[in-house]
Structures are given as structure tokens and as C-alpha cells.
Design a protein around this ligand. Structure first.
Ligand code: SAH
Ligand code: SF4
Ligand code: F3S
Length: 437
């Protein structure tokens, strides 16, 4: 036999931090590296990539501690290459290699289509660094999607970057300016995904509703709704100022568009919103939700909040609690403000950390109470579930409702990829139980 060791595929381990866009990017990076198969064990890998997030201080520090843990692997296996990709790579660049010399490769979110050449370079023993914002569209230069069978729900990036410059946020610096992918390419990629078994796509963008790839997001959603075999469409994350009338209307007239909307507001205090450079008010946000609920009364609302933003007083914080009470969120993500170097808010008077912690706990208690009440109100209701995998108990299948609840179906007949009607029998803290109808 002529089989030699060099013919065996090399192993790639990718660890993904941060938002859903990083999940999508990790898939594309893995698919772009010929000659590698993925492993879920770092110890077995010939190449390790950490696809990183810079949104909060803790997220960035995690990367350095993980690199510290990985370093000894390199001593055991001198051919192992370690790379840092994503938003920390973009923000810190060469500093990463200075702080952790075990790193061979650093590539930012807008230039990872150059990863194959960079991989060859590090294999030849030369470190590789690329944090460009290139003119060319990286997606047009990436290899086509893998033909392997896929899970029924997939992410699909349609828009990247941000021009909004909220005073606390690193994203405009790490992802660059707002750019949209051409609609025909998005539709083609969705068709490809459907052929591989996908039934639901979540369209991703830092400001996905600012999409303008030759059409608006509402038009893109309607075009995707015509793709046979694609059953469900979602999109995230939206900015309140980019919610146009047509997108609101799509929630009423496009059956495949799911009744779920993640619409971050950050604070309920106009004073804070102004200092955050959010360019909307609490009132305009509430009126917007009212308009959406007028056409789609059952829409499940989700949001993001920051507590302890510089100069936030108890009265400002109370306004956030009031807004949460008024909206009644099915899901909400709240964060303690984290100082990010290079952003305008980093220079301002910081709120006492203990005070901020205490506010975060109060906000999270309120949100948990709302979520629980909404979960419990689902008992006895008929929902539809996209089945994603087998559940832990015998005969059970696990999937998502139209409102994005995790639903366990007992004694299921349905198979992975089916969308089935169910009746909810029980509400747990993080999931629902149901029987098939
Ligand atoms: N593009 C989206 C989400 C950006 S990041 C949007 O505009 O809403 C996701 C969330 O992280 C933000 O909505 C915000 O709530 C939070 N976040 C961003 N920067 C932060 C910081 N410096 N400190 C704490 N939370 C932050
Ligand atoms: Fe960050 Fe604001 Fe842009 Fe969202 S809109 S990514 S929070 S700057
Ligand atoms: Fe984090 Fe970058 Fe996403 S900073 S939240 S990985 S856009």
C-alpha cells in the first residue's frame, strides 16, 4: 500500500466565543481549510483556532487564559499551530503574539478568506497576521459551502458591521462599516442549505435590519419565503431605528417569518440613551413595539440591556425597570457595563461596581419573573415545533417553537427536520414539554 502519513487529513479544533456571527464564521473558516477535518479535542489537533469576542472585558481576557492553557500542547507537539481569529484578533492584532508567543496566526473577521494562504505560511514556519478591512467581499472569495448533511437550523450572515457607534461598543471598530451581501447570493446560499437538510435559517447581521443588498430586509425575507423546503425564517440583531414599515408588515403577511423579535434597547432612561448615542428614546422604542404588536399581537419580544453605564443613577435604572415592565419580554439579556478601551464611554465617570452588580441582580430578577410567567402561559397552547434532535429520555425529541422556546416532545413520531403541531403540557425553567397532535 502506498498510503503515507502525509495523506492523512490534519485535524482542526475551533473554539467559538461571542455572537452567532462567530458561529457562522467558524463554519466558513473550517470549510475553507482544505486537508483538515474537525475535531472536538484540542489535544488531537494540528491547528487550533480561537474565534474570539471583544464585546466585554471578560470575553477578551478569557482568550488569553485559554491561550495559556493551550501553550503546553505545543511543547508536546511542535507542529501544532495556534491561531486567533474574530474580534479580539481585530482589536489587539500583533499585541496577541507579543503577549502569547505560542500564537502563530492572527486574522480579523473581515480578512479570514485569506486563511488558506496564512495556513501555508505558518506551516512554512512564518507567523501570519492580517487585520485588514479589504476592499473585496470575503464571501465572494471563500470556498463554496460544504455538501455535508446539516442540522435543520442554520445561521446565514447577510449583513456585517455597524455605523452606529454606541458610546460603549467595540463592534464598529472590530467588524468595520455596515456592508450587506448581495441578495441573489444570500438566496443561493439558502437554497444550498435547504438541499443539505436545513429547514430554518436565521439571517444574521450586527444591524440586520439595515440590510440593503439590492433590496431591503423585508424584500429579502419575502424572496427567501419562496424557497421550497425552507420552512422558517428568523433574523437578528435589529436596531430600533432600522425597523421600517415594510419589515413590520412582513411579520403579518409572511407566514414563514417567525413571531420573534430581538430588539435591543439598552436602557429605559432617555438621559442614558442620549449618552449612549443610541439615537432613539424609550418612548419611540415602546411605540415601535406597539406598532409591531398591532400587526402581530403574539410576537415574542427579546432585548439587550446594559446596567451601570457611566453616570447611571438609581432614577435612570428605575426607568429601565419600568420599560421592562411595560414591554413584557419573553427573553432578555442584561449585562453590567464593561469599559472598552478606545470607546467614548471609557473616559467617563464609572458607576460603583457594587452598585452596578446590585442593579444587574434586580433587573435579572424582574426579567426571570416575566420569562417564567410567559413560559407558564404556554401550557395548554398549540404550537409548532421544528424537530432538531433526539431528547435525553427515550422516545423524546427536542426542537424549537415558533417563539424560540426549547420544546421536548414526549413519545414523538416526528423525525429530525419535521415541523409538527404540538400541545404544550408542562413549563420548566428553560424549556417546555409537549405531546404531538
Ligand atoms: N448589534 C447589536 C448587538 C451588539 S453586542 C445591537 O446593536 O444591539 C450585544 C450586546 O452586548 C449589546 O446589545 C449590549 O447590550 C451588550 N454590550 C455591548 N457593549 C457592551 C459593553 N461595553 N458593556 C456591556 N455590555 C455591552
Ligand atoms: Fe454596538 Fe450599537 Fe452598533 Fe449595536 S448598534 S453593534 S450596540 S455600536
Ligand atoms: Fe463579540 Fe464580535 Fe460578536 S465583539 S459579540 S464576536 S461581533
Amino acid at each position: 500500500m502506498s498510503e503515507t502519513k502525509t495523506d492523512a487529513p490534519k485535524k482542526l479544533f475551533i473554539k467559538t466565543y461571542g455572537c452567532q456571527m462567530n458561529v457562522y464564521d467558524s463554519e466558513r473558516m473550517a470549510e475553507s481549510l482544505d486537508g483538515y477535518v474537525q475535531t472536538d479535542r484540542a489535544e488531537d489537533a494540528d491547528m487550533i483556532l480561537l474565534n474570539t469576542c471583544h464585546i466585554r472585558e471578560k470575553a477578551a481576557e478569557k482568550v488569553y487564559s485559554e491561550l495559556g492553557r493551550l501553550k503546553p500542547l505545543k511543547e508536546l507537539k511542535p507542529d501544532l499551530k495556534i491561531g486567533v481569529t474574530g474580534c479580539v484578533a481585530q482589536a489587539e492584532g500583533a499585541e496577541i503574539m507579543r503577549r502569547q508567543p505560542a500564537v502563530d496566526l492572527v486574522v480579523g473577521p473581515q480578512s479570514y478568506h485569506r486563511l488558506p494562504q496564512m495556513e501555508a505560511q505558518v506551516r512554512a514556519g512564518k507567523p501570519a497576521l492580517d487585520t485588514d478591512f479589504p476592499e473585496e467581499d470575503k464571501f465572494a472569495h471563500l470556498k463554496g459551502r460544504s455538501t455535508a448533511r446539516r442540522a435543520p437550523a442554520a445561521f446565514l450572515t447577510v449583513q456585517e458591521g455597524c455605523d452606529k457607534f454606541c458610546a460603549f461598543c467595540v463592534v464598529p471598530y472590530t467588524r468595520g462599516a455596515e456592508v450587506s451581501r448581495p441578495a441573489e447570493r444570500v438566496v443561493r446560499e439558502a437554497q444550498d442549505l435547504v438541499e443539505r437538510g436545513v429547514r430554518e435559517v436565521t439571517l444574521l447581521g450586527q444591524n440586520v435590519n439595515a440590510y440593503h443588498g439590492g433590496m431591503t430586509l423585508a424584500q429579502l425575507i419575502r424572496a427567501l419565503a419562496k424557497v421550497d423546503g425552507l420552512e422558517r425564517i428568523r433574523y437578528t440583531t435589529s436596531h430600533p431605528n432600522d425597523m421600517d414599515d415594510d419589515l413590520i408588515a412582513a411579520h403579518a403577511d409572511t407566514d414563514k417569518l417567525m413571531p420573534y423579535l430581538h430588539l435591543p434597547v439598552q436602557s429605559g432612561s432617555d438621559r442614558m440613551l442620549k449618552r449612549m448615542n443610541r439615537s432613539h428614546t424609550a418612548e419611540s422604542y415602546l411605540r415601535l413595539i406597539e406598532r409591531i404588536r398591532d400587526v402581530r399581537p403574539d410576537i415574542m419580544m427579546s432585548g439587550d440591556f446594559i446596567v451601570g453605564f457611566p453616570e447611571e443613577t438609581e432614577a435612570d435604572f428605575q426607568a429601565t425597570l419600568d420599560l421592562v415592565e411595560e414591554v413584557n419580554y419573553g427573553y432578555a439579556y442584561s449585562f453590567k457595563y464593561s469599559t472598552r478601551p478606545g470607546t467614548p464611554a471609557a473616559e467617563r465617570a464609572q458607576v460603583d461596581a457594587g452598585e452596578a452588580d446590585e442593579r444587574l441582580q434586580r433587573l435579572q430578577a424582574l426579567i426571570t419573573r416575566q420569562q417564567r410567567a410567559i413560559q407558564e402561559s404556554m401550557v395548554g397552547r398549540d404550537l409548532s415545533v421544528l424537530v432538531e434532535k433526539a431528547g435525553r429520555e427515550a422516545g423524546q425529541m427536542l426542537g424549537k417553537s415558533e417563539y424560540l422556546h426549547a420544546v421536548h416532545i414526549d413519545d414523538a413520531r416526528a423525525q429530525v427536520g419535521d415541523v409538527v403541531p404540538v400541545r404544550i403540557t408542562r413549563a420548566m425553567t428553560n424549556s417546555l414539554t409537549a405531546v404531538e397532535m
